[in-house]
Design a protein around this ligand. Structure first.
Ligand code: 6R9
Length: 652
């Protein structure tokens, strides 16, 4: 992943602008462009004072002596010498500020079972489980793997670790036994917390069976806690395995939150590289929690009575920062859902929004494109009038998908916050402040106050307006990753070697005349066509704005003449036939929308696209298929293994 290429040519033309409604703005946490500018200018001129002031939103047991210590760059220390506890901030302080009986988590399981935990109840459950962990010998600094379905106990386990200073490593409940073993071994986890299984599209995913296989190869793991979620048969190994309900049975509900150093490791979260072993992104306590809490408050404009729902899985960073830590630190009500958006039917999300009167909804472009494909009748059958703000995360959102989200889900009245960030950044970096920032479909808009994101050329100089370049962050920020767990050299080489002293995101982007940032996707995914570097996302957006196209993935195929030929995998909306005429029509459509340069060479119709479990299209796998090669790539993060076989069958 290197920035040492020529700049990227941007061909996307999008001129619609949506200013905040006056009524929304006047009640917002950041209510005007002037206030946003004031915060940005302050953060730029005196970052220490700016962050110290923001940090007052957290409860600290002991104050810091220094805001940022960057002397050992690129390993940052934030709020040096201070002490706090994340679970205390997410739970205990709400018991004395009037939120004890407020719902903290509203949960719905896939079969339709539900549970609401108030702050008081969640506090008791977390404390009890924290004591149970202590009873198993887990203490400050130990690592704990969490491999669970989307049930409240996943959040309880995370918070229990935070409460006693154990570092958690959440592994997606869909990953294989090998993936679990690799992560156990990299982190040297002492305990693993799992469930018998979890529900996914009506079936039980056998988590415990995967753990049994993983533990054959995970010598550091001494104990395995098993939640009975599905009443499915499991094998319990005496001396090693213990049921969750037995572990908490005799555990005391009083477990004081451990005062921890601001730089104490809170969690490790593994992100997949395209090659090599996954990177254990390490986040620490004070800076991370400030980033999650502040951005959750500002970007989602969270108010006391909001019912907030982020549809991510806790195994993804979005689940960490925006289902658990950010919302709970703000004393919000966070909705958690176990299942798939189309089970039992394609309106499950809209049913949940109507049922719980969700007011703030945060999902991913991949889901939005699926909803578009399934048809407007599903959302239109539900009362979505409780919604007041919508969010998007995970990939660039195609302008047409943005417009659909705005009109069909948001009823034209809800601001959309397109939030750009990464596992590594810990919290949202580029996004609208919904009361202050006019939005443009497809742009994450501007860096948040305190975040010095810029688009630069290969030498590190800012690119002129509208030219494509590389997205970097120039100054450290509190929720930045601290290192790759156990591999400082890889941390430096991956993120800090392209531009010395500057964080390289590996994303391509463009800044427009108004200073808005348009993220164009991973630099790895950029096409090189006749000497022009084109963003795959921009060609995809042109395809998606054709009325018959639901989703597309564009990759390069080696071509003697052009360097790379443009190969497009296209999923059609329901009711449209994959014909040769349509192929010709789509090629002409892209050429008309963005120019002859981007005219696709191949169009291949496909029912599905290979994606990660957080919904990102895995273009590197499609590149092999486009080139007619057998893939030797890492597919452990693929959501549906059948997809690749199907795509190969569809080959021309
Ligand atoms: C939070 C998350 C990070 C990568 C990132 C970028 C892509 C995420 C985006 C976006 C355009 C957005 N990405 N949000 N691209 N617009 N709003 O997704 O973390 O799983 O680590 O992925 O996702 O390419 O670099 P993570």
């Amino acid at each position: 992943m290197s920035a040492s290429n020529q700049n990227i040519t941007s061909v996307l033309k999008e001129t619609r602008v949506f200013p905040p409604a006056a009524a929304f703005a006047s009640a917002a946490h950041v209510p005007s462009p002037a206030e946003a500018d004031r915060l940005r200018a302050w953060a730029e001129s005196d970052p220490d004072a700016f962050w110290a002031e923001q940090a007052k939103m957290l409860d600290w047991f002991k104050p810091w002596t220094q805001v940022l210590d960057w002397s050992n760059a690129p390993h940052a220390k934030w709020f040096v010498g201070a002490q706090l506890n994340v679970a205390h901030n997410c739970l205990d302080r709400h018991l004395t500020n009037g939120r004890a009986d407020k719902p903290a988590i509203i949960w719905e399981g896939e079969p339709g079972d539900t549970r609401t935990l108030t702050y008081k109840q969640l506090h008791a459950e977390v404390s009890r489980f924290a004591n149970a962990l202590k009873g198993m010998g887990v203490g400050k600094g130990d690592r704990v793997t969490i491999y669970m379905p989307m049930v409240p106990e996943a959040a309880i386990a995370m918070l229990a670790c935070a409460r006693i200073g154990a570092t958690h490593s959440v592994v997606f409940g869909g990953f294989s036994a090998d993936a679990v073993a690799d992560r156990n071994n990299d982190a040297k986890s002492k305990v693993i917390i799992t469930a018998d299984g979890g529900y996914r599209r009506g079936k039980v995913v056998p988590l415990k069976a995967n753990v049994d296989a993983a533990l054959e190869k995970s010598p550091s793991v001494e104990k395995c806690v098993v939640l009975n979620r599905c009443n499915s048969p499991v094998t319990m190994k005496p001396g090693r395995d213990i049921w969750w309900h037995d572990a908490v049975l005799s555990a005391d509900a009083d477990c004081p939150a451990e005062p921890l150093d601001s730089e104490h490791p809170l969690f490790i979260l593994y992100t997949s590289g395209s090659t090599g072993k996954p990177k254990g992104v390490l986040h620490t306590t004070g800076g991370y929690l400030l980033g999650a809490a502040l951005t959750h408050k500002w970007v989602f404009d969270i108010k006391e009575n909001d019912v907030y729902w982020c549809t991510a899985d806790v195994g993804w960073v979005t689940g960490h920062s925006y289902i658990v830590y950010g919302p709970l630190a703000n004393g919000a009500t966070t909705v958690m859902f176990e299942g798939a958006p189309n089970h039992p039917k394609e309106d499950r999300f809209w049913e949940i929004i109507e049922k719980y009167k969700v007011s703030v909804f945060y999902t991913a472009p991949t889901a939005i494109r699926a909803f578009i494909k399934w048809g407007d009748q599903w959302p239109k059958g539900h009362d979505l009038s409780s919604l007041r703000l919508l969010g998007s995360v995970g990939e660039p959102i195609n302008p047409e998908a943005w417009m659909w989200y705005h009109e069909v889900i948001g009823g034209g009245r809800c601001p959309i916050v397109d939030t750009w960030w990464q596992t590594e950044t810990g919290a949202i970096m580029i996004a609208p402040l919904p009361g202050a920032t006019p939005t443009k479909p497809g742009s994450a808009t501007k860096p948040l106050p305190g975040i010095s994101a810029e688009v630069v050329d290969k030498q590190g100089n800012p690119v002129p307006a509208n030219a494509g370049g590389f997205l970097v962050v120039k100054q450290p920020w509190p929720s930045m990753m601290r290192t790759i767990y156990g591999d400082d050299e890889r941390y430096k080489a991956t993120y800090w070697s392209n531009y010395p002293g500057i964080y390289f995101t590996a994303d391509g982007a463009r800044r427009d005349d108004d200073g808005y940032i348009w993220v164009m996707g991973r630099v790895d995914d950029v096409l090189n066509v006749s000497g022009h570097r084109l963003s795959t996302m921009e060609v995809e957006s042109a395809l998606v704005n054709h009325p018959k196209v639901a989703e597309s993935a564009v990759v390069g195929r080696p071509d003697d003449l052009k360097g790379e030929a443009i190969c497009c995998f296209v999923t059609l909306k329901q009711g449209h036939a994959p014909t040769d005429e349509l192929k010709a029509e789509l090629k002409a459509h892209v050429a008309k929308e963005i120019g002859a340069l981007a005219r696709p060479d191949d169009i291949r119709f496909s029912e599905t696209l290979p994606k990660t479990r957080s919904g990102k299209i895995m273009r590197r796998l499609l590149r092999d298929i486009a080139a007619g090669k057998q893939s030797t790539q890492d597919t452990t993060t693929l959501e549906d293994y059948g997809v690749l076989a199907k795509l190969r069958e569809d080959e021309e």
